[in-house]
Design a protein. Structure first.
Length: 298
């Protein structure tokens, strides 16, 4: 795959974020661009300026792991950024295509019965399964109730990115909307590096970039992240404010899918609100919150 533009933009954006002082270098003379010079990155990485310039032009095919490690150290990359750099290198030489599971471009995916049973067995916490395109492809009753605003189109699965950037309800639902927007785009950017041939992901990015200035600005920043654990704040239209911890784990039997489970601090107002949400879900439900939403293209 020719991903030279992606490689170039990522490396340039990371270089621009590092000051000479952060890299332990003297800041001598005016600089035409922010961050480090190519020559400084090359020296810190232990390669020639000519070789680093070639890499920054986007030619990562065949680069060794040692050189990538050196660049990652020079640019002070976070773990998610380092992983992204290695994924870009694998895509450049075609090795990522060899390890990526094959998918049908037209097949619609339905959660296996056992997976849905497992989700439904989690009765005290919202639990759902998502893919790299930010589709919510399977959920238990509490997750469907929590994300009830997202179940508006029965013809396709709820999508966190579309909801965040194209639905006005998202700014009420997420008190920390700007943080959620940053994280959503970083997750998509990470997924694009991991699976650069995902046409549906490319189509989603194109749709969002066309329709949302907020998305387009964040996408151009080339930020990536590892979506593992943390806390999120919500303002639900029925039960009000919730602060929930979350843990995410990859499903080994279903490559490309992640299981996410939320939990409230015991004895907290959020635990009480979660109990109210469970009662509301049991009595009212969400009109489109059925297992049919799991029929998402993987």
């Amino acid at each position: 795959m020719d991903n030279r533009a992606e490689v170039r933009d990522f490396l340039v954006s990371r270089r621009a974020k590092i000051t000479p002082g952060q890299a332990g270098l003297p800041s001598a003379g005016p600089r035409r661009v922010p961050g480090l010079r190519r020559s400084e990155v090359a020296a810190l990485a232990g390669v020639s300026i000519e070789y680093y310039s070639k890499l920054e032009r986007g030619t990562l095919a065949g680069v060794s792991a040692g050189v990538l490690d050196g660049i990652a150290r020079a640019l002070r990359l976070e773990p998610a950024e380092r992983a992204h750099l290695f994924q870009l290198a694998q895509a450049a030489d075609g090795s990522s295509a060899l390890t990526r599971p094959r998918r049908s471009a037209t097949r619609r995916w339905t959660p296996p019965a056992g997976l849905q049973w497992t989700l439904d067995a989690i009765t005290a916490a919202p639990a759902f399964v998502g893919n790299g395109r930010s589709d919510l492809v399977a959920a238990n009753h509490l997750a469907r109730a929590l994300y009830s605003d997202m179940y508006s189109d029965p013809t396709r699965p709820p999508n966190f990115a579309r909801f965040t950037f194209l639905d006005s309800a998202a700014r009420r639902f997420y008190p920390d909307w700007h943080l959620m927007a940053d994280a959503t785009v970083a997750n998509l950017r990470t997924a694009a590096g991991r699976d650069p041939l995902d046409k549906d992901l490319h189509d989603l990015v194109g749709e969002l970039a066309t329709r949302s200035d907020e998305f387009r600005r964040r996408w151009s920043a080339h930020d990536v992240r590892i979506h593992g654990a943390g806390t999120k704040r919500f303002h639900h239209p029925v039960v009000g404010d919730l602060t929930l911890a979350f843990e995410t784990a990859e499903l080994q039997a279903e490559p490309g899918l992640d299981l996410c489970i939320y939990a409230a601090e015991p004895g907290s107002p959020s635990e009480h609100a979660l109990s109210l949400l469970a009662s509301w879900a049991a009595t009212e439900g969400t009109r489109s919150g059925t297992t049919e939403v799991g029929e998402a293209a993987r």
